[in-house]
Design a protein around this ligand. Structure first.
Ligand SMILES: [Ca+2]
Ligand SMILES: [Ca+2]
Ligand SMILES: [Ca+2]
Length: 256
């Protein structure tokens, strides 16, 4: 039998729709996050709309070639602001974690995150130095990581499927090289406004579970540089399964 181009196109678009369904906007309640973003933007209006301009996929990340990233806390509007900690986890083994900021760190805290390379067993060592003091290191099985926020009751992951409530707790905004933003903290940035580049992402977290959350995503807001998102392994698996199923269907039909 002949498979028409249309059939193939429909099957492929179905597969792609499945694969990209993870990149839907997460509704953000209230105007707080938008106001905070507008407030650090030169001119007072961000070109980013926090509901319409979310960046995705934002579940799994890796560092850009430089292997040197910074993380800067912008805002923490939360009852847990003195206890929440933030870091990265091994995308294959979430029990491996590197803390980047601890509870007492707040807006203006800056951390330098380095990929120290792999050892002879292939484990990747990451280090995080809160400037000017305090270094943590952790050994990961891969250079792909997620971000986490640990609260007194939960650990929330950038991969939604790892969250106890299955919900998206981290929304992401990418710089567009046009907005100028003023970022608190020292080291490396002149004071005042600087371009928000497309290598810099703002990660905005909701720290309460779905049952008690206000969905304002202003509980922990951090700017990270020199990272890039990679497709979630699960997403690729779904796309791959779709293609396999399609191929299998074709083979069955050919046989009959
Ligand atoms: Ca804090
Ligand atoms: Ca997300
Ligand atoms: Ca909240």
């Amino acid at each position: 039998m002949k498979i028409s181009r249309t059939t193939l196109a429909i099957a492929l678009s179905g597969t792609l729709a499945l694969a990209s369904s993870a990149i839907q906007a997460t509704p953000i309640s209230g105007g707080s996050l938008q106001s905070l973003l507008d407030g650090i933007t030169l001119g007072g209006t961000s070109s980013i709309d926090v509901n319409a301009d979310q960046y995705g996929p934002d579940a799994v990340w890796t560092q850009t070639a430089s292997g040197i990233s910074t993380a800067r806390i912008l805002f923490e509007i939360a009852g847990y602001k003195d206890v929440n900690s933030f870091g990265i986890y091994d995308a294959r083994d979430p029990s491996r974690r590197l803390e980047i900021f601890s509870g007492p760190n707040g807006p203006g805290s800056v951390s330098l995150v380095l990929d120290l390379g792999s050892n002879d067993k292939g484990a990747i060592t990451f280090s995080s130095t809160i400037l000017p003091i305090g270094t943590d290191t952790a050994s990961f099985t891969t250079d792909m990581f997620g971000f986490y926020l640990e609260t007194p009751n939960n650990i929330w992951y950038s991969e939604d499927h790892r969250n106890a409530d299955g919900k998206d707790h981290m929304v992401t905004f990418a710089g567009n090289n046009s907005d100028q933003i003023s970022v608190p903290g020292f080291f490396g940035l002149p004071t005042g406004y600087n371009p928000w580049t497309d290598k810099e992402f703002i990660l905005a977290w909701e720290d309460l579970p779905a049952s008690s959350s206000d969905d304002d995503y202003d509980d922990f807001v951090v700017l990270v540089s020199n990272v890039m998102s990679v497709p979630e392994p699960g997403t690729l698996a779904i796309a791959g399964a779709g293609l396999l199923a399609f191929g299998f269907g074709m083979r069955l039909r050919r046989r009959s």
